[in-house]
Design a protein around this ligand. Structure first.
Ligand code: ZN
Length: 109
């Protein structure tokens, strides 16, 4: 989608957001429905922040060839607590003492 500017001879300038493949040299005015001609403007090019550019590039690279992680990345250790065992998949110890049934936050039908 791209934004195009049109000028109605009776009203004023307005913008239309349409796919680039379907833009036409004229567009009906949203106010008076009169035929409006396209106004050529400079493309809205902006400098992408470096951090955003790196994030987008990393996301694109991950889409095509995801990085395989075989160990937990180094850094701050994860907090210990009532978590599932990541190796065995075992439930937390006190899970056996929970009442049977759906999660308390789920609606009971
Ligand atoms: Zn108009």
């Amino acid at each position: 989608m791209a934004t195009y500017v049109f000028r109605c001879p009776a009203c004023s300038v307005f913008e239309v957001v349409v796919p680039m493949s379907s833009v036409r040299p004229t567009h009906p005015c949203p106010t008076c429905a009169g035929e409006s001609s396209r106004v050529w403007t400079a493309p809205a090019l902006a400098t992408t922040p470096a951090a955003l550019h790196r994030a987008v590039a990393a996301a694109d690279a991950s889409t095509e060839a995801p990085q395989v992680v075989r160990s937990i990345p180094a850094g701050r250790p994860r907090p210990r607590g009532r978590r599932w065992n990541p190796v065995t998949g075992a439930a937390p110890v006190d899970a056996a003492h929970r009442p049977a049934g759906p999660h308390p936050s789920l609606p009971r039908w």
